[in-house]
Ligand binder design. Structure first.
Ligand SMILES: Nc1nc2c(ncn2[C@@H]2O[C@H](COP(=O)(O)OP(=O)(O)O)[C@@H](O)[C@H]2O)c(=O)[nH]1
Ligand SMILES: [Mg+2]
Length: 385
């Protein structure tokens, strides 16, 4: 236990404020705002993209209106349904009556306030798109060029080449090259061009785009944004799944610190004090983030018996069910109970034990949820095939 004492001691010397802050940050990265600018000419699929990444249908409540021809528009923020700190800003196109030129546009949409810029285009890359890209580069910020409606290109090309062999890779390479050339020297890497369809987020480069957005954010922003990605995207990309595991694992020490500071609730059967509610809440986050189905849901009911059992094994709801995860810490309980009677140092040692026990339990729980989620995804994929 000695290992943890200096760490916790320094936390105590900093007072309870750091702990309060940690507890607040634990709430899904609340308090960190992420503004993502969605821009480009009208009809290029900006609103559709916002709906797709939020996993909403176009006619769902709160979805961005899709298919509206040119209309007077203000920049409109769309909150992510589970994290209002993430805002996708549907920006109007430059050259419309209210935004006749780039300067007016930049002032009205407050171009400098965004963290990441996505410039949308379909068949024609316009002069305004070019100017906007130039402006973002001048602000020393990153932009991505999004070429939408790839599904339509694929369909058209297939129709045309009915009798010959259709080479999708070659067609995609051609589209990428065209966009890259239109950008002059504004982009140095053609991998900053993303070929997507808003109607098929599990195809082409939709998943790669979501990853690139994450990469462009700071660590705290990345955490909120990663958690905001929904089931469809998580399940369609192994990479996003692994990123979620990674972000959840990085959080463990923060949760353990918060738990170490409020050691209060004994774990039944172990006379052992940890913040069980905090651990159970975190476990529930692991399950929902890694895409495990709710017990009793249609998806759950269809699973094989063995998989059901596994899903149930990580669906804990009471402090008593956590006991096995602390079993190897039982031996140090006596030290903790004793240490409580020694002021200050005693609190630090007691907290140290809660910290390490919580850390240990969360690591184990996350590993288990990861394993079960992979098993579940494999089974779900087989059902689709
Ligand atoms: N086939 C196809 N149609 C799309 C795609 N993205 C958007 N659309 C359609 O294009 C039209 C304009 O889309 P919208 O999102 O309103 O464009 P915005 O004006 O840029 O916001 C709508 O009819 C959409 O359904 C796509 O990736 N593939
Ligand atoms: Mg729109």
């Amino acid at each position: 236990m000695k290992l943890f004492v200096p760490f916790i001691m320094s936390d105590f010397l900093h007072g309870y404020e750091t702990v309060d802050l940690t507890a607040k940050r634990l709430e899904n990265g609340q308090g960190v705002e992420v503004n993502i600018a969605i821009t480009g000419a009208s009809g290029t699929g900006k609103s559709s993209f916002i709906n797709t990444i939020r996993e909403l249908d176009d006619d769902d409540d709160g979805a961005a209106p899709v298919g509206f021809l040119e209309c007077t528009r203000e920049p409109t923020p769309y909150d992510h349904p589970t994290n209002s700190n993430i805002k996708f800003w549907d920006l109007p196109g430059i050259g419309t009556p209210d935004y006749p030129d780039l300067d007016t546009y930049c002032n009205k949409v407050q171009l400098e306030k965004y963290h990441t810029y996505l410039i949308f285009t379909t068949t024609r890359f316009t002069a305004n798109d070019f100017k906007l890209a130039q402006k973002v580069r001048l602000m020393n910020k990153k932009f991505f060029l999004i070429r939408t409606k790839i599904d339509e290109n694929v369909q058209a090309e297939k129709r045309r080449k009915r009798t010959q062999k259709f080479d999708e890779e070659a067609m995609l390479a051609r589209i990428r090259e065209n966009v890259f050339v239109s950008l002059g020297n504004l982009l140095t890497d053609d991998q900053d061009i993303f070929l997507i369809s808003n109607h098929d987020p599990d195809k082409w480069e939709f998943a790669r785009l979501t990853q690139a957005i994450l990469d462009s954010l700071t660590r705290y922003q990345r955490e909120s944004m990663t958690f905001a990605l929904g089931k469809v995207i998580t399940r369609s990309s192994e990479d996003i799944f692994q990123r979620k595991v990674h972000v959840l694992r990085q959080r463990i020490w923060k949760v353990a610190t918060a738990s170490g500071a409020v050691a209060a609730i004994p774990v039944p059967g172990l006379s052992f004090a940890v913040d069980a509610a905090l651990i159970l809440r975190e476990l529930s986050l692991y399950r929902s983030q890694l895409g495990l189905p709710e017990i009793g849901s249609a998806e759950f009911v269809q699973l094989h018996f063995a998989t059901k059992e596994k899903v149930l094994s990580v669906t804990l709801t009471t402090a008593a069910q956590l006991s096995p995860y602390f079993a190897s810490y039982a031996a140090s309980t006596a030290i903790e109970e004793f240490a409580r009677y020694i002021p200050f140092i005693g609190v630090a040692i007691a907290s140290g034990i809660s910290f390490s026990a919580t850390y240990y339990a969360l690591s184990k729980l996350l590993t288990n949820v990861e394993e079960v989620a992979k098993l579940f995804l494999k089974e779900a994929a087989n059902v689709v095939d």
